[in-house]
Design a protein around this ligand. Sequence first.
Ligand code: ZN
Length: 289
Amino acid sequence: MKFGDFDLHIIRECTFRLDGGAMFGVVPKTMWGKLTDVDEANRVLLACNLLLVDTGSKKVLVETGMGDRWSDKERQRYDLHTLKAPDMVLSDLGLTPSDIDYVIISHLHFDHAGGATILRDGKLNATYPKARYIVQKGEWEFAFKANARAKASYRPDDFVPLQEAGQLELVDGDYEVCPGVHVKVTGGHTSHHQVVYLQSGAEQAVYFADILPTRSHLSPPWVMGYDHYPLASCDVKSQWLAACASQNYLVIFDHEPGVPWGRVKLKGEKFEFEALPENSLLPASLTTK
Ligand SMILES: [Zn+2]
């Protein structure tokens, strides 16, 4: 999709399921159950939606998804369906992993960093061999000292090989990765969680990562039980949504299983999401045919 001078593409890397209660925190099932389907194990359907930003001079991949280093037992636990193996994530766009200049990872949980590394000939390598991987320094440090509650979401094999390959770029706070592509620290989900803010021409966009994972999480107090700092998530979400609604940002949801991008409007006191048409998800070369 055209976005100012940029081209944006959504890549659905996988679908998976997580417990609905954990996904909606303190919100009762009688409320969230109306917005989303739930299976017999009380799990809701989610996706990993990666974003490719082509600025014209740089190609930036936002998030890497779950990847494919999962046992059958783990796949069952998460009802994980890999739609694109890590080395095939870009194939529909006619690109290879070597074409990527930057990979931005919002935080190091396995559903965001799982595809950052790939197993080749028994050795873990960076999936994107020429890319700089942009990670918050505080998130990196926390991943190695997470306590018992936080630890299960971090798998060192997803990120330690990036450092060994010399491809890791630790940034400390808000940072412009390349012209028009920014990371902004939000905290909330983890203490150094970052979102991606894009600006090109008259357009602005935000990729919310886990501060606002699906359209069902639009209401500011509907934050995930997984969040380390849920009150901070609620506040930062309110601030970003106000800007999105007043300035007509494109908003992008990492875990939305439907069309994951669109615009947010403030109707009375409530934010409402209007998804873009489904054909906005097709690569540009296909939509013009
Ligand atoms: Zn996530």
